[in-house]
Write a protein that binds this ligand. Structure first.
Ligand SMILES: CC(C)(COP(=O)(O)OP(=O)(O)OC[C@H]1O[C@@H](n2cnc3c(N)ncnc32)[C@H](O)[C@@H]1OP(=O)(O)O)[C@@H](O)C(=O)NCCC(=O)NCCS
Length: 222
């Protein structure tokens, strides 16, 4: 791992209880080329997490079908990558289909790999999605949440969402403010920085592959 990557990695808080609230986390826009990495991330979720994420016990086949059908033209998909460019966390912001009051309501779904939980990734993806949704003119963000999903309920409540319970489910509705010059600049700067972080990680991985195996093992230990 190079010094640059170490510095960027250091921005990601390490453990529960060690959350660094102000630290920057690179969040990248995902595109169709990332479908395999998105699949790997989602297929690694256990049964309970699949239930929380999709509202049903999604099978591997259903998850693959979901990933194949993500409409990257209409929707926004964000990801946080580790240094091996595996997806640590991802969020899907689904826009209403065109023709049905386009762009006014968006639906948010998120998942964080078990090893990365409790470090603020979920909350950061939510904040990031809010900025992107308002910058595209959305006025309401909705999240379907299981009644016992304390972490997700915490995230939406902190943002000021109205939460309505119905049986074992809850629906959170967050009214989004209009975009401002500040929210547009925030998106632009965040995008460029995350892009640079991704390119550095990709370059490091490429260099790593060129090293002889003995040196690769040494680097992994440090
Ligand atoms: C819900 C989920 C996305 C949260 O991600 P995360 O990165 O662990 O969450 P964060 O670290 O950003 O923490 C968010 C809040 O939840 C709290 N929290 C985190 N884990 C918690 C837990 N196990 N129990 C209770 N609260 C918890 C945090 O303290 C934080 O609250 P705060 O802002 O008041 O400090 C993650 O647990 C997950 O992927 N679950 C499976 C899929 C899912 O439930 N998706 C949501 C439905 S769309």
């Amino acid at each position: 791992m190079t010094r640059q990557t170490e510095t960027l990695e250091a921005a990601l808080p390490r453990a529960v209880g060690a959350r660094v609230t102000g630290a920057w986390v690179p969040i990248r826009n995902l595109s169709p080329q990332h479908r395999p990495r998105i699949s790997d991330h989602l297929l690694a979720l256990n049964e309970r997490d699949r239930l929380l994420r999709f509202g049903m016990l999604a099978t591997d086949e259903q998850i693959r079908g979901y990933v194949d059908h993500i409409d990257f033209e209409r929707d926004l998909v964000f990801g946080i990558f580790d240094r091996r460019l595996e997806v640590l966390a991802m969020a899907h912001l689904a826009f209403e289909p065109a023709g049905d009051q386009p762009g006014t309501v968006v639906e948010f779904g998120v998942s964080v790999s078990e090893r990365a939980r409790g470090r603020g990734c979920g909350a950061r993806l939510f904040d990031h999605a809010v900025t992107h949704a308002r910058n595209r003119g959305a006025r309401t963000m909705m999240v379907h949440i299981a009644r016992d999903n304390t972490a997700m309920l915490g995230i939406v409540r902190r943002a000021g969402a109205d939460v309505q319970f119905d049986g074992s489910e809850a629906v959170a509705r967050l009214l989004l403010p209009q975009d401002t010059l500040g929210s547009q600049i925030e998106e632009l700067v965040g995008h460029q920085a995350a892009e640079m972080d991704y390119r550095i990680k990709m370059q490091v991985l490429r260099l790593d592959r060129l090293r002889p195996p003995c040196l690769r093992q040494l680097a992994d230990k440090h």
